[in-house]
Design a protein around this ligand. Structure first.
Ligand code: NDP
Length: 531
């Protein structure tokens, strides 16, 4: 902490202040206590150029094209990334197809060891990965360090544990087949013909978004590998660097070539994967719009498909909730990762009797959110991932205002934003009608729509009044009410008196336009086996 003149509130940033970290390196000039800068000091080596990772080697793209990867906090080019075309996709798929039988035949406990090694190496290189993730994507270093990287490692650890237990994983049929194993060969063969023995799907094409790059890679790769599949993974155009670091890790641990192939590129690369005839399964996380295109493309094929798509998740605060605790849940629900979260609690429903109190406390809490340099350990709200996403968020802010809702900006609207990079103040709208665009569409930014309700029935009706069904939050002191409401909400994940909590053992996925299939837990394995 350092002391300026003016009112003293140790540990709390003063509204309207221009903190040390407020402008990503610009000077501070206002009164009050403030945090001293706490920059992450680890330096990370970033190559000038990255190639495609196919069959265990980095190779130049046949397209000979590269695109720039930009640090969204300062607009500096971090590196040039290879753009894979259809021929590159084909090379990656061929490598995966050639490697698949051997990987599937490998003793499951040996497969587990390889997956375990990935997890250990992620842990060992955690600090470097966190810094890289933050530089590439704009999220605060504390989030990369404490959430993304540890969870990515956890997914590999968790799924390493399943690799030699798949027979047990799928209930009595699996158990029966397992009991028969080695005792009665004929029965075993009969059982597997009857479809009781899980076998891998084959080659999995996995397309991931830019909001949790290495974590989404782990969500996709770990279960696929545990089940004996091989993979072609495409990270999002704006955030390829940690997936490519993962490729380096695979080389370091002598991972069998061709089992994991990482190809970079934009939407056209993803499209070429979806249309490739030798890919047996597509696993996609991203927008509902692209998810629908992928579903159409796969409909006339025998590809397996799982889709984890958008959301407009309700966060419901009842009058008997602990309001201070709920305020923290609201903040983490919508401002975590700048709101670039598919399950963000972007629609807040507050019991009418406590609406004024919640808004007043939320307004106060938001004055202490620190926006700025994502590599500063005091930062709460980092940079918006890309210029395009910032433009999308601005369109929604304009739509909300023009439809008559009132915009409230946190982090002191008088405080200038950093002059370079892509920034959006955390904010919320009041006076929102369910028909407003900001109450219906996924914004994918730090923008909250606040609405109220009078009865639990109305809360449920309004919460379910959306084409999405990914997640929901319920805040109440009463256990019976919690379970009653949770049962009536149409959402794949429901958090009670908390929000945005994830675990590798807990299945994640949606209903309706939020997609189908689950990731994590036993349910997540189901998408990577055939019977
Ligand atoms: P997309 O759905 O376009 O991107 C997700 C992934 O799919 C990326 O790897 C992307 O490649 C790839 N992709 C894009 N087009 C195709 C295609 N036709 N076939 C196959 N793969 C494709 O999300 P955007 O990045 O464009 O973001 C747009 C909006 O989507 C956001 O504003 C947000 O609302 C929402 N979104 C939702 C996410 C969620 O998890 N719910 C995640 C990301 C975005 P590339 O990025 O390289 O173009």
């Amino acid at each position: 902490m350092k002391e300026d003149s003016g009112p003293q509130r140790p540990g709390i940033a003063i509204p309207g202040r221009q903190g040390a970290n407020a402008s990503a390196g610009e000077s501070s000039a206002t009164a009050g206590w403030d945090y001293s800068p706490a920059p992450e000091t680890a330096k990370v080596a970033i190559a000038d150029r990255y190639d495609l990772f196919i069959n265990g080697k980095f190779i130049a793209p046949k397209t000979r094209k590269y695109f720039a990867s930009i640090n969204p906090a300062n607009e500096q080019v971090l590196s040039e990334i290879a753009e894979a075309g259809a021929a590159d996709v084909d090379a990656a798929v061929r490598a995966a197809k050639a490697a698949q039988p051997k990987w599937a035949r490998l003793k499951p406990s040996e497969r587990a060891k390889f997956i375990f090694r990935i997890a250990r190496r992620i842990q060992e290189r955690a600090r470097e990965l966190a810094v890289l993730e933050t530089m590439d994507g704009g999220k605060p270093i504390t989030e990369s360090r404490d959430v993304d990287i540890p969870l990515a490692a956890q997914h590999f650890f968790y799924h390493a544990g399943w690799a030699d237990k798949l027979q047990h994983a799928f209930g009595s049929a699996g158990e029966k087949a397992s009991r028969d194993h080695g005792r009665d060969k004929k029965r075993r063969i009969r059982n597997s013909k009857l479809g009781t023995s899980p076998s891998p799907v084959g080659v999995c094409g996995q397309i991931i978004p830019w909001n949790f790059p290495i974590l989404m890679a782990a969500w996709k790769l770990a279960p696929a590998l545990a089940c004996g599949n091989t993979c072609v993974l495409k990270p999002a155009e704006t955030t390829s660097l940690t997936a490519l670091r993962l490729a380096e890790i695979l080389q370091e641990i002598d991972f069998p070539p061709g089992v994991v192939n990482i190809i970079t590129g934009a939407g056209a690369t993803g499209q070429a994967m979806v249309n490739h005839p030798s890919i047996d399964k597509i696993a996609f996380t991203g927008s509902t719009e692209v998810g629908k295109l992928i579903a159409k493309a796969c409909a006339s094929t025998d590809k397996k498909l799982t889709l984890e798509l958008g959301g407009k998740s309700p966060n419901i605060i009842f009058e008997d909730a602990s309001i201070d605790q709920a305020i923290e849940g609201i903040v983490s629900g919508i401002y975590f990762n700048q709101g670039h979260v598919c399950c963000a609690g972007s629609r807040l429903f507050v019991a009418e009797s406590i609406l004024d109190e919640v808004i007043s406390k939320l307004t106060q809490r938001m004055t202490s959110l620190r926006l700025g340099d994502p590599l500063d350990k005091n930062t709460d709200v980092g940079a918006i991932n890309s210029k395009a996403q910032l433009a999308t968020i601005h369109r929604y802010l304009e739509a909300g205002t023009s439809e008559g809702a009132q915009l409230h900006e946190g982090y002191g609207s008088a405080t200038p934003l950093p002059s370079k990079g892509y920034w959006c103040r955390p904010c919320f709208f009041t006076g929102v009608q369910p028909s407003h665009i900001i109450a219906r569409e996924e914004i994918f930014g730090p923008v909250l729509a606040v609405m109220s309700f009078r009865t639990p029935e109305e809360a449920i009706l309004r919460a379910n009044n959306t084409p999405y069904g990914l997640a929901a939050g319920v805040w109440t002191h009463k256990g019976s009410k919690m379970f009653d409401i949770a049962r009536k909400l149409k959402a794949g994940v429901i958090w009670c008196n908390t929000f945005n909590k994830f675990d590798a053992a807990s299945p994640f996925g949606g209903f309706k336009e939020s997609g189908f299939g689950r990731e994590g837990g036993l349910h997540g394995l189901r998408g990577y086996v055939r019977f």
